[in-house]
Structures are given as C-alpha cells and as structure tokens.
Design a protein around this ligand. Structure first.
Ligand SMILES: [Zn+2]
Length: 152
C-alpha cells in the first residue's frame, strides 16, 4: 500500500463489475458474447456493437513488456524508484492486457523485482492487494523459479 497516490475513480458508468470483483479478491473483465473479445479498460460496448458482460478471469498471464521507472515520478512513488512496471497479457484473450507492478509474493514493495529477473513471455499470476486504503488492485506475481536476488 502506498499513501498519497492518485486514486482511481470507482464510480465510472462501466466499471461496477470490475470493482465488485476486486472487492471479492478476484479479477473480472468485460467480455463480448457476440465476437468473444475481452476488453480492458471498461467501455460501453464492444467495437462490434455487442453488449459486454463481466466474467471472472483466471488472473494468469504472460509478461508482454515491462519498463523500469526512474525519477521524476509522482511524490508518493519517489521512495520506491527505480521500480519495474509490467504490461501483462492475460491468458483469456489476445489484447486483454493490464499494467501493474511485478512482485515475488503478495504484499511485496513495488521495487522488489529487478529487471534482471524478468524475461518477456514469463508466466505471471494476479494477486489482489490494496494499492491504497480500501482500494484493491492486482499486482503480478512472477514465477517462483526465477531468481529473486536480494531484498532492497
Ligand atoms: Zn464484440
């Protein structure tokens, strides 16, 4: 949990299912029944015009890309820099991607994982924690077989 970060809006018109799932400790994304496309971030309709419903997803994914963040950053993140942020492709669908912090274990600080531990295509799993008080958010746990290095 990081104090003083900008908080995501939880009252958008299409996000209710996303936040309700996170409140239960699971991940859910919008799915189009007409063309079977998954969507994130939440939206009104699918690009095909189909209606979208929330469905739970496994939280399993693949590291699609990552970057190491260096200052300047928002003041709340400054004590953690440099830190790694990943772009994860979820197993449920091509193009269903989320940005998030990479961790070795749930509750790790955001700067626990180092770039030399990462490989594009490695498996990750969502772990739901609190990014701020009362705000659940997934981080991405990397495979335990990857060397973890020293704690910062
Ligand atoms: Zn569609």
């Amino acid at each position: 949990m990081i104090n003083g970060i900008p908080l995501p809006a939880r009252d958008g018109p299409f996000e209710e299912g996303f936040w309700a799932a996170l409140d239960r400790g699971v991940l859910a994304h919008q799915h189009c029944e007409a063309c079977a496309t998954w969507h994130f971030p939440p939206r009104w309709r699918c690009h095909c015009g189909g209606a979208l419903t929330y469905q739970e997803v496994s939280g399993a994914g693949t590291l699609w890309s990552w970057t190491e963040v260096h200052p300047p950053v928002l003041p709340a993140f400054a004590p953690f820099a440099p830190y790694v942020v990943g772009l994860v492709q979820l197993d449920e669908g091509e193009g269903l991607r989320m940005v998030g912090n990479l961790v070795v274990a749930s509750g790790d600080p955001i700067n626990r994982v180092r770039p030399e531990q990462l490989q594009i295509g490695m498996k990750v799993q969502a772990v739901i924690g609190e990014i701020a008080d009362g705000i659940p958010w997934p981080s991405w746990k990397i495979e335990p077989s990857i060397p973890t290095g020293e704690m910062p």
